[in-house]
Design a protein around this ligand. Structure first.
Ligand code: ADP
Ligand code: ADP
Length: 227
């Protein structure tokens, strides 16, 4: 479903990706785990073309991501980062509806989708649709970020250290919600983290990176039980 083929990317003298080969199966909750500077974020960002590889290619459902204009590609890919960057002057509903509106959905359909996503992320629609981002807790804002990323029903969801800035209790609650959401939607998710516990609690497939390359990949249990 997502295939990285010998992907290379340098920034000046730094090899962020040094021949990354990885396959993320359709429907997986895949976690890229590795220390700081391993190349995880760079790898993720080659999928939605925020980073263009120097060599190699990234295929999404068999198609080279470079063959499609980046804006069209990005509408098919949900992207959640730490601190998500909700538009501060837009309500929760307007933030979540941003991509569907860009795609020209009818207002009624957008409103229904917003309600559905708020419920899916366990935010009472009546209480939250009209709130402004500054009126949300960190955990709630992150949920809205996930809802926004899912709004136009993307093929995949990319998440870059999405819970890194949250306190431990909120983080655990959101991890549980992501696992539930994955089970409910069957969506392919690729999440980047340096947190081993988080990786083990979420991953159906675990890929360990170091120095811009894949070290190990497999079901988390297999990797743990490996000698
Ligand atoms: P990780 O997400 O595993 O922490 P990154 O992919 O962010 O790793 O970074 C890998 C390496 O590439 C690091 O050494 C980082 O400093 C460097 N790097 C990443 N993005 C840039 C950039 N835009 N400009 C310069 N160096 C970068
Ligand atoms: P979480 O555990 O989800 O991060 P918090 O403990 O931070 O939640 O917040 C608890 C409650 O306080 C939440 O229901 C949230 O709606 C409310 N809240 C937090 N910050 C604000 C704010 N700036 N304005 C209005 N309500 C807020």
């Amino acid at each position: 479903m997502i295939r990285f083929e010998e992907v290379r990317k340098s920034f000046g003298g730094t090899k962020a990706l040094d021949g990354l080969d990885l396959v993320v199966p359709e429907g997986a909750f895949a976690v890229l785990l590795g220390g700081s500077g391993a190349g995880k974020s760079t790898a993720l960002r080659t999928v939605n073309r925020l980073v263009e590889p120097d060599a190699g290619r990234v295929l999404l459902r068999g198609r080279d991501v470079a063959s499609e204009p980046a804006p069209a590609l990005r509408r098919r890919i949900g992207y959640v980062i730490q601190g998500i960057g909700l538009f501060p002057h837009w309500s929760v509903a307007r933030n979540i509806g941003a991509v569907p509106r860009l795609l020209g959905w009818e207002e009624r359909r957008i409103a229904a989708r917003v309600e559905e996503l708020l419920a899916l992320l366990r935010l009472d629609p009546a209480a939250y649709r009209d709130r402004m981002p500054a009126e949300l807790s960190g955990g709630q804002a992150q949920r809205v970020g996930v809802a926004r990323a899912l709004a136009a029903n993307p093929d995949i969801l990319l998440m870059d250290e999405p819970f890194g800035a949250l306190d431990a209790i909120t983080r655990q609650a959101l991890q549980a919600e992501m696992a539930r959401l994955h089970a409910a939607t069957g969506k392919t998710i690729l999440l980047v983290t340096h947190d081993v516990e988080e990786a083990l609690s979420l991953a159906t497939r675990l890929a360990v990176m170091a120095d811009g390359r894949l070290l190990q990949e497999g079901a988390p249990r297999e990797l743990l039980d490996a000698p």
